[in-house]
Design a protein around this ligand. Structure first.
Ligand code: PMP
Length: 423
């Protein structure tokens, strides 16, 4: 048995409550973690969990390529991007090589929120407009500007004056993802008549907090075209959808040939080391950079670039995008088999390794947050971590590290059968 330093779970939980107040903690009984490796998280009591939830460690927890790249960089040089260094330039070149030719500038920042905030400023600078469009239950970040794009965080407060929300693509049915409803045109004309105009629309390619949607290539393409007709900037938020999550391409909007103007990336970019970016064409980015003396102290630090390079190299060397396509299809199929037997599953959907299972009350057919919450807790008891999403908090969110293997997929499906007994 391994000896572990540190406080007991109960003592730590109390101390956390004192210091952090009501800041959210997952699970009824807090999960006290001490180690992660691959798709496994180890708790203080020695129990191991299959991580089917965390999208940041795309390569798996504590991946040796990232650990050694960051450690070596920290031990050699870690400074800011105003000095000439190999890593930031190599990272920018490598990112641009994965994107359509129209993208030729990279701005390195520290978080998805910062990337989206910066994209918003670039869009405002370029358009002179002040209106924004987001999907109904989107989440795009913690800053004041990105909070405005995050109805999930509004808790029922009215939309800020400069914002309009539109429904995400339909989750189920033959028209799922096929067309943009009239609402986007309504949002555009409302922003125009109010005098705000359309500065930007931000779209999370996998609609994570809207309950996980997609592929919705036709929807996102049409949305971008509608934004362009109004003179606005379409921002492909690839913070969740990027780095191979969809199993089609590194970036979901590229797979869909979506005419995005700016791309924001983050979360998995450093496999847990903070690094994020905004990528766009010189025509949009250069006037902003020149007009604002843009610089970020930690954005593009040497160690952050080393982490991001290790992630991109490993995704490519290990063929992870193809792996996601294959294992994601296996997981979707397995979940559909579980669901076919049950009266409390309204839908199962997935795009690569972004999957959702809609849970309903079998008597009323209505979304059931209670039932979904119980399933999440029961799965934890079975040694598997997943989450919940959507306006009703009734969709199970399954979004594992990309290295999840067939055996884990089968274990997850078997456990779901166990905690979701036949109706
Ligand atoms: N965009 C999307 C789609 C996200 O899911 C998130 C984080 N959940 C963000 C932006 C914000 O990223 P961060 O938490 O790194 O600021």
């Amino acid at each position: 048995t391994r000896r572990r330093a540190g406080r007991s779970t109960a003592a730590l939980s109390n101390a956390r409550a004192h210091a952090f107040g009501g800041q959210e903690l997952s699970y009824d009984e807090p999960l006290h973690l001490v180690r992660g490796e691959g798709v496994v998280l180890e708790a203080a009591d020695g129990r191991c969990y299959l991580d089917a939830y965390n999208n940041v460690p795309v390569l798996g927890h504590s991946h040796p390529a990232v650990v050694s790249a960051v450690s070596a960089q920290l031990a050699t040089l870690n400074t800011n991007s105003r000095y000439l260094q190999d890593a930031p330039v190599e990272l920018a070149e490598r990112l641009l090589a994965t994107l359509p030719d129209r993208f030729d500038r990279v701005l390195l920042v520290n978080s998805g929120s910062e990337a989206n905030d910066l994209a918003w400023r670039i869009a405002r600078h370029a358009t002179g407009a002040s209106g924004g469009i987001a999907t109904e239950w989107a989440y795009h970040g913690v800053t004041e500007a990105t909070y405005a794009f995050s109805p999930e965080s509004w808790h029922g407060a009215p939309a800020p004056d400069h914002m309009r929300v539109v429904p995400p693509p339909p989750a189920v049915g033959p028209t799922a993802g096929s067309e943009v409803g009239p609402d986007i045109d309504a949002a555009v004309s409302s922003l125009t008549t109010s005098g705000h105009g359309v500065a930007a629309m931000l779209v999370d390619g996998v609609f994570t907090s809207d309950g996980v949607r997609g592929p919705a290539h036709a929807w996102t393409r049409a949305a971008a075209e509608a934004v362009h007709r109004a003179g606005g900037v379409y921002v492909a938020d690839e913070v969740q959808a990027g780095h191979g999550r969809t199993g089609e391409h590194l970036w979901s909007f590229v797979a869909g040939d979506v005419p995005a103007d700016l791309v924001t990336i983050g979360k998995p970019m450093g496999n847990g080391y903070p690094v994020a970016a905004v990528i766009g064409p010189a025509a949009l980015v250069d006037p902003f950079v020149g007009g604002t003396d843009y610089f970020s102290t930690f954005g593009g630090s040497t160690a952050a670039c080393a982490a991001a390079l290790a992630v991109l190299r490993t995704i490519e060397d290990d063929g992870l995008v193809e792996h996601v396509g294959r294992v994601g299809a296996r997981l979707l199929d397995a979940l559909r088999q579980v669901a076919a037997q049950r009266a409390d599953v309204a839908a199962v959907r997935g795009w690569g390794l972004a999957l959702a299972v809609d849970i309903v009350d079998p008597d009323t057919g209505r979304p059931s947050a209670d039932r979904a919450g119980r399933i999440v807790e029961d799965l934890r008891e079975s040694g598997i971590l997943i989450g919940r999403t959507g306006r009703d908090r009734a969709s199970l969110k399954i979004r594992p590290p990309l290295v999840i293997a067939d055996e884990h997929v089968d274990r997850l499906a078997a456990a779901m059968t166990g905690v979701m007994p036949r109706s």
